[in-house]
Each structure stands twice: as structure tokens, then as C-alpha cells.
Design a binder for this molecule. Sequence first.
Ligand code: NOJ
Length: 560
Amino acid sequence: MALKTSKDGTDLVATPQHWWKEAVIYQIYPRSFKDSNADGIGDLRGIISKLDYLQLLGVDVLWLSPIFASPNTDNGYDISDYQAIMTEFGSMADFDELLAEAHGRGLKVILDLVVNHSSDEHRWFEEARKSTQNPYRDYYIWRDEPNNWQSFFSGSAWELSAETEQYYLHLFAKKQPDLNWESPALRQEIYTMMHFWLGKGVDGFRMDVIPFLSKDPLFPDYPPGRFGDLIIHANGPRIHEFLQEMNHQVLAHYDCLTVGEGFGVAAHQANLYVGHNRQELNMIYHFDHAVPREEACFGQPAPEFTLPELKTIFARWDAAVGHSGWQNIYFGNHDNPRVLSRFGGSGSHRVAAAKMLATVLLTQRGTPSIYQGDELGMTNCGFENVGEFDDIQVKNAYKVLVMSGSVREVDFLKAANQIARDHARTPMQWSALAHAGFTDGHQTWLKVNPNHATLNAEDQLSDPDSVFNYYRQLLQIRRKTPALIYGTYQDLLPQHPQVWAYVRQYEGRSVWVFCNFAETEIAVDLLVDNPKVIFGNKAGTDVKNNKLILSPFEAQIFGQ
Ligand code: NOJ
């Protein structure tokens, strides 16, 4: 049991230690990671072929975005069989081999648990839609009349099912009907399925839109103008009962990692999910700093956060769960454009900025997730026309906004080039070869970013100053620096417009982090006596009269 350290160095309250707090997660989007059979789609054997790379990087846990049977309306987030592998990705034997090979290298594997909805091609839904008397009917949510809820992928959240002339709920695509967690039989099916995977040896789950499982039984209309206000769908009346039941019946039987996608959870509600004594989830990740992507944003994207706003979000969440619960820290995932294109300036300092962002990601309090390719400093990909996008969200928004004439095509394209999820989904850039070495085939399911000629893993592995090698070294430093894992977090310059500076303290040891988020040099008070440089993205720190001069996108970590 570790002790929490107060600002003056005294130990206050016991903080439980767990392997999952010390771990670093690496998210794999299997479709885009590595193709082994030349069909242009990533697969499980492709992942196996890159396990040495991931071991070298030094991450601990691999989160695989959905690998299950799916018609791929939403690239695997529409599951038609929770206990079968997607045909394009391989077979169960491939999965078993992947798990064994990962474990053999000391890497854990967590799967994506997508149980707010299934695919409409799931056997349960195919049965349920047949008649109101079907035994599977109440696995889904049916109404005689729709309310005014909108789908996150445009249009009404209700679809008429011709067989019974009732509407079913789908908060996402029409082909993703919402499961009815009020049904005890449905819940037992899900728990049995979770035991199946955990029994095979998987090490936990990332849980898709988990705060949405419990719906308001009255299905009230939105108040006018509230579309996009996620609070409406999240944190329903029985959510904590369901999660405690899931924990009791499944999770508590394994030493596993659970990370909930905390869509719609506000910081003050987070401990209900992750508080140490709640017996629900280990950690969640929030959306407060995510890129807004609701339909209207494709007409005119929301302005980007200022640095003080961003810092306020991180401080708020740390204050809410840093000690009494736990959170998952991320900048990139498969639902956000590339972080480097958001916060990395014009691109003229790409390498420094990628390393600076890695520094923040890996030194906050919480379990970090690295999104595939961010360890190389991958960037957004210029999409030249709407046809180049794959994502259902882009396609549906296009139909509603552009085809109806309310947004000009040129404006839509500009917005999509800022906010679309496809930026994170372009194939991994393994080399400068054709298709970035992602496939030996003749095509890829989504365009490859042309910058792979100069931005790829092969070049970076042999360059000691590469973004990849910076991540690798920083991961090693994090592992052996308890203050970076369990230490308290204090923002030192919350209002500073260009520098993010904070201190982490643990058992009398302090670590200071200074990051310059701009393309201009800046001097700040060093705030540390006799600092010892631990690590940074620039050799040699520049200190004059107790001022630290930070060059563009410089990051420095100090200890004493
Ligand atoms: C959240 C996932 O992260 C996203 O990719 C997906 O589209 C929705 N949930 C629906 O499953």
C-alpha cells in the first residue's frame, strides 16, 4: 500500500497500488495496423508480426479495437457474433496464437466490449425483429412511436421495423440496434460471453459507451436545442447497478483491467464508476478534451481549446479521480483526428511537437493510452474529396448537410479534414515502401498518408533521435519513477497561454514537467532549486537568471 504525499511532503492517505495503474496501454485499430494476407485490410497475423515492435516500444497492454464478426457498418463496432473472429481479421486459432505470443513477450491483451448495441445482423436481432412474442424481443428496445432522439450518426435514433410495425432504438447507425439492459436474460448472455474471453486468458476490456447501458425508462423527448448533449443518454438510472452486477458476476473473478469509454460522464460523476470502493470499473476516459464531432460540426467545426482551457480540464479530472479513483489518459484514439495535427503547430516543428505531446501524455496521473502511430508522430491525412472518406459518420453527415443544400461541399470537406475519425484510421506507416509497408497487396481499405515516404517506423527505429525512440526512453523512465505513476499532480502555471508546467510528488520525491505548446521561444520561472534534468526533447537546458528558456515545443522533465 503506498501513501499519498501532500504538498509539504507528508504522507496522508493510503493509495492502493495496482499493476493497471503502472501499465501503459497501446491501442491497435486492427483494420489499419498490419495486413498479412495482401487483401489491403489489417488482420490478427499482421498484429502477431509486429509484437516485437510493440515489445521494443515498451508498452504493457494492447487494446484491440473490435475483432469480432461484423458486417462493418461501423468498422467492427457493430458485432454480429461476440464469440467469433471477423473473417477479414483471421480465425480463432489466429487469436489464440496472438494471445499466447503477446503473453510470451509480457504483453497483456484487452478486447473491446461493445454491448450498448449489437449489429442488426446478430442472431438475437434477427430473431427479435420477427415478432413481438419472440423470446429475443426484449433483448432490444421497441416503441410504437419514436421520440425526438437523434442518432450520433445523423437522423432519428428510431427505425421502423416492417415485420411488427414498431420502432427500435439505435443511438448509432440503423444497423446498430441498442441492446436492452433491462432484460436479465440479455445481461446473462453478456456475462457468459465475457467469461468466455476472460477464460481464454484475455486481460480485460475497454468498454464502449458504457455509461449508455441504462436508458431513461420514460424515453423523454430532448428539450429543444439539446441534441448533442450527451448527458441525456449517459448515467441512466440503473447504470451503477448494472456495472456492479457485471463486476460481481464476472470481473471480480479475474485480475483484469477495465477501462470505460466515459462518453457523457462529467468529472464530478466519475468516481461513481471508478471510485476505489465502488466495485465497478478500474478507470474511465472522458471526452472533455475530445474533438467535438456531432453532425453540426461538419458545417463549421468548433474552435480549438486554448492551452489554459486544456489544462483546466486535466486539473479538474485529476482533482476528481486522481487519488480516490483512477482515469485513463489519452490524446489520440480511433475516434479523434491525430493529436499532432491539433496541437503540433504548423508542422515545421513536427518531431519536437510529437515528443512534447508524448511527454504530457506519459507524465500525467492516470494510465496512459498511446494510439497506434502516435509513437511515430503520424499526422492527419489530407482527404481530397468526400469519396476518400470511409467513416459512416462522415457519409451520413454529408447526406444531411450537403445533399440537402445547407452546407457547401467545400466547407464540409474543410471541416471533415479537421475533425473526421478517418485521420486516425489511415494505415500504419511501417516503411517508405508502397502502401507504407502496411500491405503487400495492390490496394488499402483506406488511403495511406503520402507522408509515409519520410515518416515511418523503419526509419525511426534506426534513428536514436526519432519520435519512436523518445517514446521508448520515456516509457522506461516512467516505469522506474514512482512519482510519475502515483504522485500527486499540481499545475504550476494554470493561466500561462503557452507553457504547461506541473509537478508530480510522491513520498518526498518531486518531478517537474515543463512543456512549450507554441512555435515561439518562451522564458518561464524555473520554480525548482538545483534541478536535475531527467529527460527532455532537447539536449541541454537553457537556464538564465533562474528562468528556463524553452525553444518551440520543447519539453523538459526535472527532478531533484
Ligand atoms: C464508440 C466507439 O469508440 C466508436 O468508434 C463507435 O462508433 C461508437 N462507440 C459506436 O460503437
